[in-house]
Design a protein around this ligand. Sequence first.
Ligand SMILES: [Zn+2]
Length: 451
Amino acid sequence: MKSISKKEYVSLRKRGEEYMKLPIHNEILRKKLINKWEDLKGFPEKSQEEIKKWQLKRISYLVDYAFENIPLYRKKYSQVGYVKGSIKTWDDFYKLPYLRKEELIEGFPNDIAKNIDDFMLSTRSSGSSGKFVTLAVSQQAIYTDTLQTIRQFYMQSGKKYCEDDVILFIYTCPWWVDNIGNKYLQDFLPTTTKVDVAIEHIKKTRPRYISTYPTYLEKIASTGVKLSDYGVELVIVHSEQSDAKQRKMLKEALNVEVLDEYSSEELTRIALECPNHHYHLEEDACFIEIIDEDGNKLEDGNVGIVVGTNLLNTATPIIRYIQGDLTKIVKDEKCSCSNHGRIIEGVKGRSMDCIITDTGEKIPASCFMDLAYNWFLTYGIPVHGLKYQFVQPEIGVVDLYLIEGEYSVKLRSIKESLYTLLPKTTKINVHKVDKLPYDNGRKYRCVISLI
Ligand SMILES: [Zn+2]
């Protein structure tokens, strides 16, 4: 089998982006939305028994597909004696081994996709371990994910979201497609946009909905604007941990509702906060289990580690993947909204440090995670398997530690990229290392402040 050269790896995303920009996809999505909207909208309202029945059927298909087509799963499941068609009950599924991120990193590219060309549509995550993994994404998964975005805003807006509304995403990179048949428009600004520029843009374009990081929203709030004055009705925050108190303060400051989304690159939407402030699992996007540190499955009501199975993607299937965050599935909780997805509580993800500049500005860890993501997207740096950690020993100094992955990287371009976030007066040292200075193998943090 072929492998992916450094040059091919760097051009992968571009080819995928160009392909997904073809207008045919917007037209296919328009038809899909017409055909599937009622089912999609109705799914979370099914009874929990019906939801579980659907999930088991889907999982049974996915496991067989992975076993037959993806070498990683072929090997992994053969070792436990799996044969095609064995998943008939949930207990059959629970016998399958968990999947670790390291396996995905080591399996790239040949063992984690059926064809190497599948990586044309791909995504990257550094997530909670700070180490990049590259996953192939199927076109169908991108389509369904796009349609589930429509449902997300419909649900979180209290069923107000409609086809003429615009959503502004202030995020790392734009989504694959930015409209469905010229309706449901998605606007985009990168998180590197200066806050006053973003506010001017919001004033001018008046999006009804905004999706961004809580720390970015805090910056908007600190200017004293009321987003309600510019037609905004709801802001959805994600990617960083925010608590209910912080969101309530933001809601009061900005005079718009602020709700949370819990998601990851590997699992897509995991849970969404409904207008009643319950986090419902997105039961047709991924299937979530909670386990203890020894890998035992926990009953509802216990806090443990999130394990998830992506129900959309077949290109690199993600089955019983250890996501690593902590949460609990609430026992027998009912919500008066129409969503019957199981409810989770108290998600604990990454703890975030800030870097403080010499002018006293605090730059949150997520900005550095974003920047790392853009090493590939903007700077064409091959990141697969690369691991990083930012350390601030004193004001005015930032040390970046890197463990190289599959490909060698130019430290100079990485260093240059840091100055898009940090003032030119900052002394930046980039070190290639074999081991990160602050990583005990358990609780990794991508940004460490020693101040
Ligand atoms: Zn609810």
